[in-house]
Ligand binder design. Structure first.
Ligand SMILES: Cc1cc2nc3c(=O)[nH]c(=O)nc-3n(C[C@H](O)[C@H](O)[C@H](O)COP(=O)(O)O)c2cc1C
Length: 581
């Protein structure tokens, strides 16, 4: 396919997977419950390494949540089995089981559309006591919190791959099983797989921050290299099993390793893996075979295969944003702040199922949440605040806000311009009669504008597929991406990254809501073009890709909560006190 054909395929996919007031994107209609894919992949026959299940007070202990956002405040833990276990626990592990009657399901630290969890994860790491005496690729199995050893690599080969990376650096790979989402959502599922990948990237970055580690997406890798690295192209290991699509590989390393306040690649430039991984890793010794996830073969959604092919990043397109240098402010004189521990917030994160329609939020808190999703686009990517240092492209997403219940802020439609240099372009693209005034007590460095005052509760609910949670919270929002420009500037492969950025924003909002004593929920179901009409968007310059709501949660009393890897949890211990400043 030529570049223009690929972009056309993406535009076509995006159009046909829009929900309209009178017609939803094509889906399966009835759900085939007997054929529901298993959310837990295992590689049968692969040697297992049991990871320690760490309690809240076990080492490495969690820093305060607020400290995660204060550059280099959290001391770097050495890479050990325990710290690796913490990374995976706070990033991707089960956080609780929920039960109603005889039905029980797992929730994880990373959320997922429909709780279907298409994302699989891998660790490629050198020899480590308690893990392996040679380098290896491991698949992470969250249900048991174990690593399955998929491949043995020689220490020399691993060292050669990693020679450009900081000392102790290792890799975390992600893949996606589209069928898990398509089973329920049909054609729109490819979007949700990408949102979920973005959430997983965010969850891993934030988990790394609890250990004083950095994580950076290696966007210079072609998808084929990701497949080679993670063994996804080994047809012999997937006989009768659903295949995984490559997502991304992140490099993770203790931020302080060079000890001079700087972490840089050995030669000072961007680190790359590509050339060594252009071929399948046939020299490795591979273990295990993937399990089958559903009874029957996956239902084929041709447009998903088509958009997956069109958005594949080929070797020629492996344009690199990779840079690993992370110059930081010295820790000296910066004191830790009080508040809940990051681990507690991460483990208690849940989607709200219903909003109380009452709880409001202090303006100061609202502004602080918005400040947290500002990527500081004016800085070089590696100097941006966590987690925006993980992805190196210039931010593409702005927030169209439906403000319902924020004290001292006039309800209505607002816009947070995450890249202030795009203010003019957004003004030109949106409705002429909008106000563009700055709320009176808005922090001067926060590019928030009021577009229109008014009660947007019904509108927000209506636009989010009639879901009350969008109108009953303190505020909800539409993530509006500079869609066409990003696709034309980078290529069709960037389509997936737009959703990753949206998922990353969502992950920050989820945790910020927990800290504020409220709750959040990602909303993948919304009526695309009606949303655009509300903002006056008439062409493809901007498109809404993801919705979100934040508000006071109403819990379902029928649900019992059980601990992730053992006894019962008392939910109240995990509830954060309503602290509205
Ligand atoms: C991409 C995405 C889209 C979602 N869309 C909706 C939605 O439209 N409506 C809703 O009620 N929940 C939605 N959710 C919330 C999920 O149902 C929820 O994350 C999942 O059930 C797991 O629960 P947890 O977030 O409490 O771990 C969405 C979540 C994600 C990540």
């Amino acid at each position: 396919m030529h570049d223009s054909e690929k972009i056309e395929a993406v535009l076509r996919y995006h159009e046909r997977t829009k929900h309209h007031f009178d017609r939803y994107a094509p889906g399966p209609g009835e759900l085939d419950w007997a054929n529901q894919p298993n959310p837990f992949r295992r590689y049968e026959g692969a040697p297992l390494v049991r990871l320690p299940v760490l309690g809240p007070d076990d080492e490495p202990a969690s820093p305060h949540y607020e400290d995660l956002y204060r550059r280099r405040l959290v001391p770097s833990m050495p890479v050990t089995v325990r710290s690796l276990s913490r990374l995976l626990q706070y990033g991707l592990a089960i956080s609780a089981w929920k039960q109603v009657g005889a039905t029980r399901w797992a929730l994880r630290c990373n959320p997922s559309s429909g709780n279907l969890h298409p994302t699989e994860s891998y660790v490629l790491i050198g020899a480590l006591p308690g893990l392996g005496d040679t380098a290896g690729l491991y698949h992470y199995a969250p249900r048991e919190h174990v690593l399955e050893r998929r491949a043995d690599h020689s220490i020399l080969m691993y060292a050669a791959w990693m020679r450009e990376f900081p000392a102790q650096a290792f890799l975390v790979g992600l893949s996606s099983i589209h069928w898990r989402e398509a089973w329920k959502y049909g054609e729109r599922a490819f979007r949700y797989c990408q949102h979920d990948a973005g959430h997983a990237i965010g969850a891993l970055r934030i988990a790394a921050a609890t250990l004083g580690w950095t994580a950076a997406l290696l966007d210079g890798l072609a998808d084929e290299a990701v497949e080679n690295l993670l063994g996804l192209n080994r047809a012999e290991d997937f006989v009768g099993a659903e295949r995984e699509h490559p997502v991304a590989v992140l490099a993770v390393w203790p931020t302080d390793v060079t000890g001079d306040g700087q972490t840089r690649t050995r030669h000072g430039g961007p680190a790359r893996l590509d050339s060594a991984l252009a071929h399948p890793l046939t020299h490795a010794c591979w273990h295990g075979a993937a399990n089958r996830l559903s009874r029957d073969d996956p239902v084929r959604w041709e447009v998903i295969d088509e958009v997956a092919a069109a958005t594949r990043k080929s070797v020629g397109e492996a344009q690199s944003f990779d840079t690993l240098a992370t110059p930081g402010v010295e820790r000296n004189g910066v004191a830790s702040v009080d508040g809940p521990r990051a681990g507690k917030i991460i483990l208690q994160r849940r989607s709200l199922l219903a909003c109380d329609g009452r709880t409001s939020m202090a303006a100061e808190r609202f502004y602080r949440i918005l400040a947290r999703v500002m990527p500081r686009a004016e800085l070089p990517a590696t100097q941006r605040p966590m987690p925006w240092d993980t992805v190196a492209w210039d931010p593409t997403i702005h927030l169209g806000l439906f403000v319902h219940r924020v004290d001292d802020i006039v309800p209505g439609l607002y816009l947070l311009v995450r890249d202030p240099t795009k203010m003019g372009r957004l003004k030109r693209a949106m409705r002429r009669r909008f106000d563009w005034s700055t709320p009176s007590d808005c922090p001067p460095d926060l590019p928030l504008r009021m577009l229109e005052a008014g009660d947007a509760r019904r509108l927000a609910t209506q636009l989010s597929c009639q879901q009350d949670i969008a109108g009953d919270g303190a505020f909800s929002l539409a993530m509006i991406a500079a869609y066409q420009e990003a696709l034309f500037a980078h290529g069709a492969w960037f389509y997936r990254r737009l959703f990753w950025e949206a998922g990353l924003i969502g992950q920050v909002l989820y945790l910020e809501a927990e800290v504020a004593g409220v709750r959040a929920t990602g909303i993948g179901c919304f009526f695309d073009d009606p949303v655009h009409r509300v903002f006056g968007i008439e062409d493809f310059a901007f498109q809404s890709l993801y919705h979100f709501t934040v508000g006071g949660a109403v819990d379902d009393p029928r649900l019992t909560t059980l601990a992730p890897y053992g006894a019962r949890i008392d939910e109240h211990e995990h509830e954060h006190k309503h602290d509205r400043d």
